[in-house]
Design a protein. Structure first.
Length: 416
């Protein structure tokens, strides 16, 4: 909300303008989440099969609309994303209130509706005497099913696998039996689970395209120009890994053009939102690097006096395929291209347009301890199983998941 103020002040003064909030102003000027009242109704067979689902949400956007409309739409999408059911309806309304405005925050409406849906699933399971894991596995969407709201096939979706794996690692069945028997004393223990689904990019609600320009330098390093902003989630590192893998160089040799750039000089990008940076921007970087590699092969083959089909690009060199020692380092190839008889750049530009909304999914299983007298509780253990697709940057992937878990001490294990 402050960008227009900064822009107008800059236009009036002809000077750069920076608006900086105090900590107190940060907490009193906006709320990260939209408060939501949700009502759900589900028709279920005695065996636990979902037959009809309806819901309605009242979304509090505060004094200004901000992202209220988009969050309200996200609620409807997430409502139908976990479980299959032939008869589904959802009605949501965004309302102004005389309160602090709400804005965009991680998950963008997903926690509000998923909390309601998963809470009701537990209530249904309890009423029917069915294991909460069993009723979820019975009704959950699978890879190949239809995302009814977007009319798209779920090509990457493994909620069932995440639920099963998470339950196995948490000792779900044994712990449920153990805690069900231990009903004496004021301190009780319990184990519960919840699942989620979430998109990668906002396709088809928004056009999702990103552009990248990659230029090979005289020393064999590369410069990348992209419009995606790294807001601390490791985007630059991830892009460097992608470029390095395509070109066969070290990530340390990848540099970014990000000083003194603005919308007049940077390449086109839709913005840093909707968990899209690696998926959309990374594909643009990959395609641009592939074009650089093709130019390296063409130039290297020409210098070696060979047909381009007889050489290969790897490990920072263009070399003969037959295993001979004839090879040229990228630095030599770039120098010859730029300063030879026909000067030209070894560069690549590509725009990648997202066609499908690649959906991520996961499940968490939590053990808790509750004091029945005071209501105080302690989280003892959380097992998080997430289908994240192909991991490019393992450290970043771990941090994204750990961000959602307890920061307390304990052992964490990973299977990638």
């Amino acid at each position: 909300m402050t960008e227009p103020i900064a822009a107008i002040l800059s236009m009036k003064t002809g000077r750069p303008v920076k608006i900086q909030f105090t900590a107190e102003e940060m907490f009193t000027s906006s709320r990260p989440r939209h408060a939501t009242h949700t009502y759900l109704k589900t028709g279920v067979k005695k065996d636990g099969t979902f037959m009809a689902r309806s819901g309605s949400s009242l979304v509090d956007t505060g004094a200004y609309l901000s992202h209220g409309k988009a969050v309200t739409g996200a609620l409807a999408w997430c409502f139908q994303l976990l479980y299959k059911c032939e008869n589904v309806s959802f009605d949501s309304h965004c309302v102004y209130t005389n309160t602090i405005p709400a804005g965009a925050f991680r998950g963008f409406g997903n926690p509000q509706i998923t909390f309601a849906v998963e809470s009701q699933v537990d209530e249904i399971a309890s009423e029917l005497g069915i294991d909460p894991l069993e009723i979820r596995l019975m009704n959950v969407l699978h890879r190949g099913d239809m995302d009814r709201m977007n009319k798209a096939v779920l090509q990457s979706y493994a909620v069932d696998e995440c639920l099963t794996y998470g339950a196995e690692k948490a000792g779900w069945s044994a712990k449920r039996s153990e805690y069900a028997r231990a009903k004496s004393g004021n301190t009780r223990h319990g184990i519960g689970m919840a699942a989620f689904g979430w998109g990668t990019g906002a396709k088809p609600a928004l056009t999702e395209a990103a552009t990248a320009i990659v230029k090979m330098n005289e020393d064999g390093s590369v410069n990348i120009l992209t419009g995606i902003a790294d807001m601390g989630m490791g985007t630059k590192t991830t892009f460097a890994i992608i470029a390095a893998q395509v070109l066969g160089i070290s990530p340390d040799e990848v540099k970014f053009v990000d000083e003194n750039i603005d919308t007049g000089t940077v390449v086109f990008d839709k913005g840093t939102h909707a968990s899209r940076s690696t998926y959309v921007g990374g594909n643009a970087v990959m395609l641009a690097c592939a074009k650089v590699q093709e130019k390296l092969i063409d130039q290297g083959a020409k210098m070696l006096g060979l047909d381009r089909t007889s050489v290969v690009s790897k490990d920072g060199c263009v070399a003969e395929k037959d295993g001979s020692r004839r090879s040229l380092r990228f630095a030599e190839i770039v120098a010859d291209a730029q300063f030879g008889k026909e000067p030209h750049l070894i560069d690549g530009e590509a725009t990648w347009d997202q066609r499908d909304n690649a959906v991520t999914s996961g499940a968490q299983v939590a053990e808790v301890e509750v004091d029945l007298d005071t209501g105080k509780f302690k989280v003892l253990k959380i097992v998080a199983a997430n289908d994240v697709g192909k991991i490019i940057n393992p450290m970043s992937a771990k941090e994204q998941i750990e961000e959602l878990l307890s920061r307390g001490s304990g052992t964490r294990s990973w299977r990638i």
